[in-house]
Design a protein around this ligand. Structure first.
Ligand code: SAH
Length: 214
């Protein structure tokens, strides 16, 4: 995501009723204190401008959605799109997913979406990729036993790396995979496009997707 420093973004994020400003305080308590129901929690890490998670939240009122994005300048765009609407099952957190264990307790999350995650192409940065084994270990802690990870990208290098990390991990396995999502009738059923997915598929790039579980 191209970054621009947008004056006032921090303030808009802090004041938005959609944003959870002190997420560590709600570790283990999102259902009870934030959503006030016992519905499953699905999160998207690196939600960007939020089209995907916002659409899902409107389609599935019985699921609680939390979008996580590191930069206020990006999150601001998502907030601007929903501020006139009332979507009670949707919240955003401005946070670096590196520290995700600080904000979710064991098994608190039922599904993790990773869409068009930053590729970090240099080998020495591979640990920063959101599908690296360090992250798979963290997801193992926060994700319910029958929970799953859904990952989409158009970046073949990142996708191949992710397949390898999952296959080499003692706990995770790939349960579904496609190298051309939009032409895979089964896996594309109900697909909600992200901003990046629209952009890159319109340039002719195939979209890769995998689902991982334990
Ligand atoms: N999911 C969106 C955006 C993809 S761009 C889409 O598909 O359109 C990747 C996004 O992930 C960027 O906005 C970036 O700021 C965010 N991101 C990358 N690493 C992150 C991290 N460690 N924690 C939180 N957000 C992160």
């Amino acid at each position: 995501m191209r970054l621009r420093n947008i004056p006032g973004a921090d303030e808009v994020v802090t004041n938005s009723p959609y944003c959870i400003n002190n997420p560590a305080q709600f570790k283990g308590l999102y259902k009870k204190e934030i959503f006030k129901n016992d519905n499953p929690i699905h999160i998207e890490i690196g939600m960007g401008k939020g089209q995907f998670i916002t659409t899902l939240a409107k389609e599935n009122p019985d699921i609680n959605y939390i979008g996580i994005e590191r930069y206020t300048s990006v999150l601001l765009r998502a907030i601007q799109k929903v501020e006139e609407e009332d979507i009670p099952n949707l919240r955003f957190i401005c946070f670096d997913a590196n520290e995700i264990l600080d904000i979710f307790s064991c098994y608190e999350v039922d599904r993790i979406y990773l869409n068009f995650s930053d590729p970090w192409p240099k080998d020495r940065h591979s640990k920063r990729r959101l599908t690296s084994s360090n992250f798979l270990n963290r997801y193992n802690t926060i994700l319910a036993k029958d929970g799953r990870i859904e990952f989409k990208t158009d970046n073949r290098g990142l996708f191949d790396f992710s397949v390898e990390e999952i296959e080499n991990h003692p706990l995770w396995k790939i349960t579904e995979i496609t190298y051309d999502l939009h032409n895979d009738a089964t896996m594309n059923q109900g697909n909600v496009m992200t901003e990046y997915e629209e952009k890159f598929s319109s340039q002719g790039n195939p979209i890769f997707k995998l689902v991982a579980s334990r």
